[in-house]
Design a protein around this ligand. Structure first.
Ligand code: ATP
Ligand code: MG
Length: 600
């Protein structure tokens, strides 16, 4: 656009320059011609005057020299008055008088242009370089015939120096004027060019900004002409672009947020077998950063060997896929993989779309459920078998001995008692798990509460010569569901007694701690000097029916439900539970509960 303005200015300048120059030349020429004309006319009039008034004398005979000095003398007089050179010439061309030179030394003038012209036209004029005077001279000659015996020509000549100087000055003035005119014209034409091009430049600038994604750019030209219409058209275009961009962005945002908030993983492989899209869930499952793998070949995912193989198969066949894969990232995940080929509206193949669903938790729950059913039936079968067996024996009447039948009945009683407890525990657990039980909180004086618990356990402990200790601040009160709290510590303490060899120690210690945000919490530690729990079993002891040593635990009457009930009850109280243990040295359970329960 700059160059357009530049070209426009240059063209205007050239046009103006040429016309100014032509005008100058014409003016100069006219000036010069009219000047010369005036000069010639003046000189002609002077000759006419001389012709009428000059006192001519006879120039014959040729030999006489008197008239030469007469004419020369007169020529000098006239020259002084007219400030021009005066020459008297005879018809045959002999010079008889001259105001500047000696006529006797001058050559014949018959062939001079002005003389020839004068003889034919009555007046002769010419501009010539004079050898005598060494400069440009204007010669004007006229024939003169006098009755006093002169027949020849009077010639006036004038030095053109002054005339030329005048003309030169004229030229100079014209030149300066022209230059000034040219400059002024240049300025004006630049302004005109700018006036024409600057709105276009502005519009171009706006269009460039719009194409550079600046959709807020608008043309500010307020004109009713074509340029103004162009500006308005650009503005309308920008408006509609802006609207369209907004719609596209909104759609994109919507799609983006749907994708990133989806609970399923999405993975798209395009027709060139490159990863076209990975959503947040897929990133999490596959352990990759979307930014890094997008546009890369899908082999980037080769660390998930099983997955890559399945993807490869379905890409090659371009057929639907439904399967399960294990992902290790690093923990194991079971993922349901669904793949569908994607086609464009015109039927062109676009790639494969995969949906990944983490079914690890579902599977674990399913297996836990079936395991639970199996466990329950197994646990129930043992006591029922015992009850049935002993009852059959007694019914068969084979036992006459009063004492034996008594001991059989005792066994039947014990086993049904155990069955009862088992069913109670299972019911309790399922109730807690289904969240049907809620807390019934009241203030509890911790030390007297624990003391009464220990009293209940004294008998059992005494049988194994196990000593029970407690270390609890006297004045400590807390808020909790008393029944449930009792269940928690009965379980922990009886475990401590059960899994500690005769003569050991079980201890419960309570302290309060200040956690962040002024929340006070009560920390219970139940420790024993018992047999301990192997490291590999520690993470599992809170599972239902999990027992470290099934045989021994059953002998001691355990079902493996105690700790899972404890875990649920602690959760219900918004507390935390942890365990540390060393084989043969002892086990410590730590429970942290809030001092006050939050209202729900
Ligand atoms: P119950 O349902 O009658 O309590 P249980 O005691 O076998 O049966 P849990 O209380 O859940 O079941 O305990 C799970 C297992 O954890 C036990 O079988 C035992 O192997 C182990 N365990 C629990 N507490 C201790 C402890 N203090 N010392 C050593 N092992 C323990
Ligand atoms: Mg127990």
């Amino acid at each position: 656009m700059k160059s357009f303005r530049f070209r426009l200015t240059v063209i205007m300048l050239i046009v103006i320059g040429v016309s100014v120059l032509a005008a100058g030349i014409t003016m100069g020429q006219i000036f010069k011609n009219s000047n010369m004309k005036v000069l010639e006319e003046n000189m002609g009039r002077e000759i006419d005057l001389l012709r009428a008034t000059f006192p001519f004398v006879n120039t014959d005979p040729l030999s006489s020299t008197d008239y030469i000095s007469y004419y020369s003398e007169k020529a000098k007089e006239i020259a002084r008055l007219t400030q021009s050179r005066v020459t008297f010439i005879r018809k045959d061309g002999t010079v008889v008088g001259d105001s500047l030179s000696d006529p006797r030394k001058m050559e014949n003038h018959a062939s001079r242009e002005e003389i020839q012209q004068a003889s034919t036209e009555g007046i002769g004029r010419t501009i010539r370089y004079s050898e005598t005077l060494k400069r440009n001279m204007l010669y004007v000659a006229e024939p003169v015939v006098s009755d006093k015996g002169f027949d020849g020509y009077i010639r006036l000549s004038m030095n053109l120096k002054t005339v030329e100087e005048g003309i030169q000055r004229g030229w100079m003035a014209i030149g300066i004027g022209l230059v000034l005119l040219f400059l002024a014209a240049g300025l004006v034409s630049y302004r005109i060019a700018r006036g024409l091009t600057s709105p276009i430049e502005h519009i171009t600038g706006v269009a460039n900004r719009i194409s550079g994604l600046d959709y807020d750019a608008r043309v500010g030209v307020q004109r009713r002409d074509e340029v103004g219409q162009l500006g308005e058209a650009i503005n309308r275009m920008a408006d509609s672009l802006q609207n369209q961009m907004k719609t596209i962005r909104d759609n994109e945002d919507l799609l983006q947020s749907v994708m990133s908030n989806m609970t399923g993983g999405i993975l798209m492989i395009d027709a060139e077998e490159r990863i076209a899209l990975v959503n947040r869930e897929s990133e999490r499952m596959l352990g990759v950063a979307g930014k890094r793998v997008t546009d890369k070949p899908y082999h980037e995912l080769k660390k998930h060997y099983e997955l890559t193989k399945l993807i490869e198969g379905s890409i090659q066949s371009r057929e639907k896929l439904h399967g399960e894969v294990h992902l290790y990232n690093p923990e194991e995940r079971l993922v349901l993989l669904d793949g569908v080929p994607m086609y464009e509206d015109d039927g062109g193949y676009r790639g494969m779309l995969f949906l990944l669903q983490d079914i690890t938790a579902i599977r674990r729950l399913e297996s836990m459920r079936s395991e639970f059913v199996a466990n329950v039936s197994h646990e129930l079968k043992t006591p029922i078998a015992a009850v049935k067996g002993f009852a059959e024996t007694l019914l068969g009447g084979g036992v006459k001995d009063e004492e034996t039948s008594r001991s059989f009945l005792q066994i039947i009683y014990d086993e049904s008692e155990r069955l009862n407890r088992l069913i109670g525990d299972i019911l309790e657990l399922s109730q807690i798990e289904s969240k049907r039980s809620s807390l019934d909180c009241s203030p509890i004086h911790v030390s007297s509460f624990i003391e009464s618990l220990l009293e209940k356990l004294n008998n059992v402990a005494a049988k194994k010569r196990i000593t029970l200790h407690m270390e609890i601040p006297d004045e400590l009160y807390m808020e909790a569901d008393e029944d449930k709290l009792q269940q928690i510590f009965l379980n922990l303490l009886s475990n401590g007694i059960n899994y500690t060899l005769d003569g050991g120690k079980v201890k419960i210690k309570v302290v309060t701690v200040q956690r962040d945000h002024d929340t006070e919490r009560v920390v219970f530690t139940v420790s024993d000097t018992g047999i301990g729990i192997p490291k590999k079993d520690l993470p599992r002891i809170f599972e239902r029916f999990y027992r470290v040593d099934k045989g021994r635990s059953r002998n001691s009457g355990g079902t493996g439900l105690g700790l899972s009930i404890v875990k649920h009850l602690v959760d219900l109280h918004h507390g935390t539970l942890s365990v540390e243990s060393e084989l043969g040295i002892g086990t410590t359970f730590t429970i942290e509960l809030p001092l006050l329960q939050q209202e729900e």
